[in-house]
Design a protein around this ligand. Structure first.
Ligand code: PEP
Length: 250
């Protein structure tokens, strides 16, 4: 039985004040949602603040990225070991915005996945296709290739301590949520691909859906067999909307 996970991705948003009120507003919904795990991924500079605010609550938290190195001459980067020191449970790796704006290849993403696990963080591996790839029926191939880079570097068992987020790029921040049928179909194919290496690992790994998930679309998405919760961008910045999404998963 896979426990649903609803994770916010705040991206490059927030102030000390807004982060404080957002986390405070999530304490109650997270406590009430006993059947779902709640997490927020924050800009690195706010992680210490989130650590203080989330202490003693049911809110888990993580980073939106991490470097492949643990220390050294890598100006501006954030080491997974440092991220772990601030109490993070998760580190998102391979978000499409990182792949697009920072030219992160599948190999770099796999190295980040490995570095996160070595620092005892749970990597949240984002995969998904562009609109052109979706229209060319290449979704499965793209997802398999993105998964394969991690399998090649870390092995299939690495997915015992990882989360996958299927995020079609055409759905991220566009208001065009994938239909539950489309999302379920891709999630099932992702799981089947992992099962071709290891059935147990495939059956246990949480696969989140991400891409304009909101209070309205979440219930039907989360009702699908292979959708184990959501990675939520825009709606995670609005406490009432995020609470409704948590409720839908609960
Ligand atoms: C995301 O950034 O991971 C995401 C899913 O964003 P949004 O919910 O805003 O589409």
């Amino acid at each position: 039985m896979r426990k649903p996970l609803v994770m916010g991705n705040w991206k490059l948003n927030g102030t000390k004040e807004s982060v404080t009120s957002l986390v405070k507003a999530l304490i109650e919904p997270a406590a009430q949602a006993t059947n779902v795990e709640v997490a927020v991924c924050a800009p690195t500079i706010f992680i210490g603040l989130v650590e203080d605010l989330a202490k003693g609550t049911e809110i888990n938290y993580g980073s939106e990225d991490c470097d492949v190195h643990t220390s050294g001459a890598f100006t501006g980067e954030n080491s997974p070991v440092m991220i772990k020191e601030f109490g993070c449970k998760y580190a998102i790796v391979g978000h499409s915005e990182r792949r697009q704006y920072h030219n992160e290849t599948n190999e770099v993403v796999a190295a980040k996945f490995k570095a996160a696990q070595e620092a005892d963080l749970i990597p949240v591996l984002c995969i998904g296709e562009s609109l052109a790839q979706f229209e060319a029926n290449q979704t499965t191939e793209v997802c398999k290739t993105q998964l394969q880079a991690v399998i090649d570097l870390c092995g299939i068992k690495a997915f015992e301590k990882a989360v996958i987020a299927y995020e079609p790029i055409w759905a991220i921040g566009t208001g065009k949520t994938a239909t539950p049928e489309i999302a379920q179909n891709v999630h099932a194919q992702i799981r089947a691909y992992l099962a071709s290496f290891d059935k147990d690992v495939a059956a246990k790994v949480q696969i989140l859906y991400g891409g304009s998930c909101n209070a309205k679309t979440a219930p039907e998405l989360f009702a699908q067999e292979d959708i184990d919760g959501g990675l939520v961008g825009g709606a995670s910045l609005k406490p009432a909307d995020f609470a409704a999404i948590i409720n839908a998963a609960n």
